[in-house]
Design a protein around this ligand. Structure first.
Ligand SMILES: *[C@@H]1O[C@H](CO)[C@@H](O)[C@H](O)[C@H]1NC(C)=O
Ligand SMILES: *[C@@H]1O[C@H](CO)[C@@H](O)[C@H](O)[C@H]1NC(C)=O
Length: 795
């Protein structure tokens, strides 16, 4: 077992359910998180290997050595939002690895100091200290990167204790009792790149604080309240003025500002002449009047200004003035978002704006109408406003000849090509039209060079066939619409990323993968797939595509129909090729039938079935006839003693040897050559001859078995109705017949031959007497007076 495994095992066994959450990131980390668990003391059941312990948001009021003594691996302890009142830093003396300690948002009033050399992050902010909790031991925290402090008094002497440390970020939370009496120069000795000062939230800004820390690059000030009109935010502006000498200052962040319009514009005006390049003001509450005065834009370092979340009480002055201050700003980036701004003016001369972000306002599609002074603008966001008519936005874009990125998502845009020219700016590369009310008609007018097009969450039912050809389009997002099929890539020959999840695609066309050869990423899950034959090819292709290409596979791809497959992952959906391909099915059935027919035919021929059938018919007819005639009468009808069946090749022997020998004893012989009735069928003649003869003699020879007729004769003789069994048959073997040469369908003959019940024609002359005697005996007739059959004998 690896160390990780055994650790995990240990955790599960020992801690089991008692812990809210256990995370094991890598081998040396064991993170125990139990925030918000209503704990009033540090739990006793912590694993000894714990490296990170999060006990934030509980009710713990005391931290003792014994609580954490055994956690010798502890590197991070988070106990923010608890009720600690007192801290003796010596409780950590056995946690020599401890480097991250967050005790913010407690009720700490006092700490006792103890050397702790390793700390990199120490947060004591948002506590109830009077004086800044800085021990002289902090001076040894040479690795300290973050220090969070809070206090109502900021004594220079305390700050000096850490003045020699280079701390990346210092957070200073001033308590509610922080007053004007403080030494304004108290922060001078801090050395930090990022300084965040949090002022008391409920008090007017009336502090004589010099915040100009020479090492600071980024300064964040929270809770600035100066609403008393007559003072004009004088204290705060005076504090800002002091920052002018901070040449390093680059980022200024003001957060939670509550003031009056005039002061706000004054702050902006100060910003213009400050060293800061990036200024961000957020969560602003404004009230009062605005006295219009000139805003001077000259002499500024400012590059980007962002103003977010502004609440203004009812405007009682023309808003045009405010809009014109913003629109004429000579900076690259401007963000004004989360305000209730209803309009924005066109800059009065060609503007240096590159990036404008007016997300989340109340702008209408009259914004920047016919505005020719935004020719340098590269990116514009009008996300989440009140735009309604896409046609107006298209016209607006036409004048922005450098615009590459336009975000007009989350509006109420519709498009109808009511005769307006499709005048999108040619420069546009990224267009975000998501979360609007657009239909498929939008595909009739799109920026010709667009590469990324986001149309998700609209009302598109289908992508029309006659779409604008977008050769440069690489990414198309049409998720969350009502599309029923995947778009082919015919009109979008460069498409490499397609999102079409959450639509109504039930059986995507098979040729999608053929037409979209450049696809690198396809997101098509959460569609109501119909798991029938039509889906087979698609399911196969998508299953074969590599995992990197198909996003969300296999979990998001499920059958929706038929009912029996609902919820089945497409991955497990299989249909046999046979049940799906009608041609294949027809061919298969046809082939099977043919095979059966062929087999049948072969078997018929092999076993001579037709012949047997024919014979069976004859036999049945004869039998039928015979049943109606009494036996005596039949016997009376016998005209011959013997019918001789032979092959034409053996006729010489029959005429020269057999006939003379039999007829000299008055045995009447029926020969087919002599006695067959012309006009009757051969079969009939055979049957008649056999019926009219007492016995049937077969002259067997290799010729005989070659002759089909002879075979018939044998068959009939054997089934002769008037003579039981086969004793009416006399077989004469004229020449030896090898067993193998008898055709397999001559079963009768084979059997008879096997029983050796035949007379052999001797080659030696002297034996022939006996042969004739035997033959005569076999015929064994008392030479009954056969009925005169003139018709036969006369021939
Ligand atoms: C302006 O904003 C864009 C987009 O956020 C950013 O990439 C760019 O760096 C910003 N420029 C400046 C000067 O802040
Ligand atoms: C379009 O805007 C939405 C928010 O409205 C955002 O989630 C999405 O990522 C944006 N799309 C692109 C391609 O930037």
């Amino acid at each position: 077992m690896t160390k990780t495994n055994s650790l995990a095992f240990y955790c599960i066994i020992v801690l089991g359910l008692t812990l809210t959450k256990i995370q094991l990131s890598d081998e040396s980390e064991l993170i125990i998180k139990r925030p918000n668990a209503n704990l009033s003391r540090v739990p006793k059941d912590l694993p000894l290997q714990t490296t990170t312990l999060d006990l934030s948001q509980n009710n713990i009021s005391e931290l003792r050595t014994s609580d954490i003594l055994s956690l010798s691996k502890l590197r991070a302890l988070i106990m923010s939002y608890n009720r600690l009142r007192y801290l003796n830093i010596s409780v950590f003396k056995f946690n020599t690895e401890l480097e991250y300690l967050d005790l913010s948002h407690n009720e700490l009033r006092v700490i006792s100091c103890h050397p702790t050399a390793n700390l990199k992050h120490l947060d004591l902010s948002f506590n109830a200290f009077d004086a800044l909790p800085i021990c002289k031991e902090f001076g040894n925290l040479s690795q300290l990167q973050f220090l969070g402090l809070s206090g109502s008094q900021v004594q220079n002497s305390r700050v000096q204790l850490i003045g020699h440390l280079n701390i990346s970020k210092v957070l200073l939370v001033l308590g509610d009792a922080y007053g004007e009496k403080e030494d304004p120069k108290c922060l001078q000795h801090i050395s930090t790149e990022t300084l965040h000062i949090v002022f008391p939230s409920k008090r007017e800004f009336r502090f004589l604080l010099d915040m100009s820390v020479s090492t600071t690059i980024s300064l964040e000030l929270s809770n600035i309240k100066c609403v008393l009109e007559e003072r004009d935010c004088a204290y705060f502006l005076r504090a800002l003025l002091k920052l002018r000498k901070n040449r390093k200052l680059s980022h200024l962040i003001l957060n939670n500002v509550e003031t009056v319009w005039n002061s706000f514009i004054n702050i902006l005006q100060w910003v213009w002449h400050s060293p800061a390049k990036y200024v961000s003001i957020s969560n602003v509450r404004l009230q009062g009047q605005l006295a219009s005065s000139r805003f001077t834009y000259s002499d500024t370092s400012l590059k980007a200004l962002s103003i977010r979340q502004v609440v203004a009480d009812v405007f009682s002055f023309p808003q045009r003035y405010i809009y014109s201050i913003f629109s004429n700003m000579n900076i690259q980036n401007l963000t004004v978002s989360g305000t209730h701004m209803v309009h924005m003016l066109c800059p009065s001369q060609v503007s240096p704006f590159l990036y404008l972000d007016f997300t989340d306002n109340l702008l209408t599609d009259m914004v920047f109408k016919d505005c020719r002074n935004l020719t340098g603008l590269k990116s514009l966001s009008l996300q989440k406003n009140q735009l309604k008519n896409l046609g107006n936005v298209i016209l607006m874009s036409a004048e922005m000849t450098s615009l590459q990125k336009l975000d007009i998502s989350r509006n109420s845009l519709r498009y109808s090509d009511g005769g307006n020219p499709c005048s999108w700016t040619q420069s546009l590369l990224v267009l975000n039209l998501s979360s609007n009310m657009l239909t498929g008609s939008v595909f009739g007018c799109l920026p010709p060079k667009v590469r990324v097009l986001d149309l998700h969450n609209n009302r598109i039912l289908s992508i029309p066939k006659d779409v604008t050809h977008l050769q440069a389009l690489q990414e198309l997002n049409v998720a969350s619409n009502s599309l029923t099929d995947l778009p082919g890539c015919g009109a979008f020959s460069s498409l490499s990323v397609l999102a079409i999840d959450h639509n109504s695609v039930s059986h995507p066309s098979e040729d999608f993968f053929q037409s979209c050869r450049n696809i690198r990423s396809l997101t098509a899950g959460n569609n109501p797939f119909r798991c029938t034959c039509e889906l087979r090819e698609f399911a196969k292709s998508i299953g074969q595509a590599s995992r990197e290409v198909v996003e969300g596979w296999p979990d998001a791809y499920k059958c929706d129909y038929p009912e029996s497959t609902k919820g089945t992952p497409l991955q497990d959906f299989h249909m046999s090729p046979l049940s799906c391909d009608t041609i294949l099915l027809t061919v298969t059935i046809g082939a099977t039938m043919l095979l059966l027919a062929a087999t049948g035919a072969f078997l018929c021929l092999y076993f001579d079935v037709p012949w047997y059938v024919r014979m069976l018919c004859q036999w049945t007819r004869t039998r039928h006839r015979a049943r109606n005639i009494p036996l005596e009468e039949l016997q009376r009808n016998l005209q011959f003693h013997a019918f001789v069946s032979y092959s034409g090749h053996d006729s010489a022997w029959v005429k020269n040897e057999l006939l003379p020998n039999l007829e000299k004893d008055d045995i009447r012989v029926c020969l087919h050559e002599r006695n067959f009735v012309p006009g009757k069928s051969i079969v009939e003649n055979i049957i008649h001859s056999i019926e009219k003869s007492y016995k049937s003699i077969f002259v067997l020879s290799p010729h005989f078995i070659q002759s089909e007729w002879c075979h018939y004769e044998l068959y009939f003789a054997h089934h002769n109705l008037f003579h039981e069994g086969s004793d009416n048959l006399i077989l004469v073997l004229l020449e030896p017949i090898p067993q193998y040469s008898i055709p397999t369908n001559y079963h009768k003959l084979k059997n008879l031959m096997a029983q050796r019940t035949y007379l052999e024609w001797p080659t030696e002359k002297n034996k022939r007497g006996l042969f004739w005697a035997n033959l005569r005996a076999s015929i064994n007739v008392k030479l009954v007076n056969l009925a005169e059959a003139t018709s036969y004998t006369q021939q």
